[in-house]
Design a protein around this ligand. Structure first.
Ligand SMILES: [Zn+2]
Length: 185
């Protein structure tokens, strides 16, 4: 596992860098799916393309991308798109693992051993925005250990948990909802 100088604030001890080729096969598969979904992004205004994929607790995987509209505020973020696709397909369910890849149009991402020996830099990491962290948490079912991985262009991967990225969350429990026992029937 690689380490790097921390150049922007980070308030946890669990997140770390690894490399694509060191990931378990399911995480490699999710990143490949996210890379493919990213190429479907509709992002003519920001030119910042984001792809996402997730493994649900059912074992099924889903993908999504960001979808921008000219009004800007009606833009759909990649993570929300992916989670909503999961819910549309199989109902409210828990996320087991989520992968994202974000970068400007034309940026390529290497799904393999790192292309250089340079240490990865936190400034190059794309993590879910605050809006999406809250949305991800909704479907983590109170499990702060749900893993979030983000591929950097050179094949390095940032790994964290939702608990790292959204400590002390406001969640369904605050409104008395326990999805483990929730049903539409
Ligand atoms: Zn977002």
């Amino acid at each position: 596992m690689l380490t790097t100088a921390i150049t922007k604030p980070i308030h946890n001890t669990h997140s770390a860098f690894t490399t694509f080729d060191n990931l378990p096969s399911i995480e490699q598969e999710l990143l490949r799916k996210a890379a493919q979904a990213r190429l479907n992004a509709q992002a003519p205004y920001s030119n910042f393309l984001v792809g996402c994929s997730l493994l649900s607790s059912s074992g099924a995987t889903f993908t999504g991308c960001n979808v921008e509209r000219c009004s800007y505020t009606q833009t759909t973020h990649s993570e929300q798109n992916t989670i909503d696709t999961m819910i549309a397909a199989q109902g409210p369910s828990k996320i087991a693992l989520i992968a994202i890849i974000g970068g400007v149009k034309g940026q390529s991402f290497h799904c393999g051993a790192p292309t250089s020996n340079a240490l990865p830099n936190l400034n190059d990491v794309v993590t879910p925005c605050g809006h999406c962290r809250q949305i991800i948490w909704e479907n983590c079912y109170n499990d702060s250990s749900v893993r979030i991985i983000s591929l950097l262009p050179d094949g390095n991967v940032f790994c964290a948990t939702i608990g790292d990225l959204l400590p002390m969350p406001f969640g369904p429990h605050n409104l008395g909802i326990d999805y483990a026992t929730y049903s539409n029937e």
